[in-house]
Design a binder for this molecule. Structure first.
Ligand code: SF4
Ligand code: SF4
Length: 452
């Protein structure tokens, strides 16, 4: 890396964490489009906040991009059909995170992929110079941009699924002085954000520029781990080519897990500690992932709702890939398209091996927060007794005592979890990764959090 380039600085981690084997099998695989699914299943809650209610009826014909569910609450996000076809039923499916039933719409494709008329601010048939797009963005009113982001159903696509229009509307009195565009992607196996940075550089950077116009921070950083040197170069080159060096500073971060977690990122880049139970917002920082930034650009400039996203399908599949997938597509379709799974594979996880969620039914759909489908073989955690070795304590990036959460939940004394700040756990999985007793500590933590 050329140290003289003033858009790139280097930083090391300032938290404990772990160094993981990367297993990025798909880093060099360009994004392909998964063929249209025959049907989609759209859960009516795919975000943090109030669930949506269906605004269509059984038998209705819907277009790709048509809003099919919404709610009046500010902290929520509408849902759009990702195919054209007929609404065939409203069903209940089990949310694999909470194990609670959630309403979902089932839509059968007509195979036509007929879109709504997008409220685009540019002629999609023409090429547009980045400088013209920047001038266009400069002419837009922040309030209108937030409305377009809300109406497009944009949420945090790194997995957090917090509605983006809410994140970009800090309450009065909360001054945001720093924006961090998060391109770290620190979990093993996942490469979707890496490919997005390489193949959608304009959308990613101009999406961040839009966020900058809305928040008006004093500083904007692009955070990328140093195992993605090609992405650093690509973004650096775009920033220089569009004369945005005075807006963005790229930070090349030493690869260490969980560098991409918001709290560790804020601490590493701006040296601020997010308070217990707080958000980066509380220390004047907003963090958005690069996939979200791309979606923000498409919503604001092209009027495109969130109907598809880039997903890595990897692990014990025969041909791992990065795929653009319509939201609502059953996971089974993705695995089949990647040549099926190894016959010894026995686990499907959405997300990475550290923070992902084990899925028992592969007809569960891709939702807004899905960034990876990881097929694994091997035995599950054995859940033995804690031997009090304190390895979990030595790696926790939030300086917590994970063994106390295990003890609190096993004994039913949930107040022990609270006394040891379970709310501050970012569920990164470092503790479970190093635990010699194979205790599924994060599962205990999820239970503990739900009980306090
Ligand atoms: S306690 Fe939470 S934050 Fe700490 S290592 Fe475990 S999962 Fe990560
Ligand atoms: S690493 Fe596992 S065995 Fe060791 S103290 Fe933590 S929970 Fe107990």
């Amino acid at each position: 890396m050329d140290e003289s380039r003033n858009t790139v600085i280097r930083k090391r981690s300032v938290f404990k964490g772990v160094k993981l084997s990367e297993s990025k099998l798909t880093a060099d695989k360009p994004i392909e489009s998964l063929p249209l699914p025959e049907k989609i299943i759209l859960p009516l809650q795919q975000h943090i906040g109030a669930p949506c209610s269906s605004i269509v009826n059984r038998g209705d014909y819907v277009l790709t991009g048509q809003k099919v569910a919404d709610v009046g609450s500010f902290v929520s996000s509408p849902i759009h059909s990702s195919i054209s076809g007929k609404v065939v039923s409203e069903v209940k499916i089990i949310n694999p995170v909470t194990s609670n039933p959630v309403d979902a719409l089932v839509i059968e494709s007509d195979g036509e992929d007929k879109w709504i008329d997008l409220d685009s601010l540019i002629n999609p048939q023409k090429e547009h110079k980045p400088s013209d797009l920047i001038s266009l963005i400069d002419s837009l009113v922040p309030k209108d941009m937030i409305t377009r982001i809300r109406e497009a159903g944009i949420v945090g696509l790194g997995g957090a699924t917090f509605p983006t229009h809410v994140k970009l509307s800090p309450p009065p009195g909360k001054k945001i002085d720093t924006f961090i565009l998060n391109g770290c992607e620190c979990e093993p196996y996942i490469t979707s954000d890496h490919r997005i940075m390489l193949e959608y550089t304009l959308e990613v950077v101009l999406g961040a520029y839009i966020i900058g116009r809305i928040l008006m921070p004093e500083k904007m950083f692009v955070a990328i781990e140093d195992n993605k040197e090609d992405a650093i170069k690509e973004i650096d080159s775009f920033i220089k080519g569009t004369n945005l060096e005075n807006k963005f500073q790229i930070v090349s971060l030493k690869s260490r897990y969980p560098m991409g977690a918001e709290k560790t990122l804020v601490k590493t880049i701006v040296g601020r500690e997010v308070p217990i139970g707080g958000l980066p917002l509380d220390v004047g920082v907003v963090v958005n992932n690069v996939g979200t930034s791309k979606a923000v650009y498409e919503a604001v400039v092209e009027g495109k709702p969130l109907v598809e996203k880039v997903i890595t399908v990897t692990g014990a599949v025969n041909d791992p890939k990065n795929l653009t997938v319509r939201i609502g597509t059953p996971l089974r379709d993705l695995i089949d398209y990647c040549g099926g799974s190894d016959e010894k594979a026995n686990t499907v996880i959405t997300g990475g091996p550290m923070m992902g969620i084990s899925i028992s039914d592969i007809d569960f759909p891709v939702i807004k927060g899905t960034n990876c489908v990881l097929v694994k073989k091997g035995s599950p955690a054995s859940d033995e007794n804690c031997i009090r070795c304190s390895r979990c304590v030595s790696v926790c990036p939030m300086n917590l005592m994970p063994l106390m959460f295990v003890r609190g939940v096993r004994s039913g004394m949930y107040e022990v979890c609270k006394e040891h700040y379970i709310e501050d756990c970012i569920e990164c999985g470092c503790c479970a990764y190093v635990c010699p007793a194979n205790i599924p500590i994060v599962s205990y933590i999820k239970v503990g959090k739900s009980k306090i």
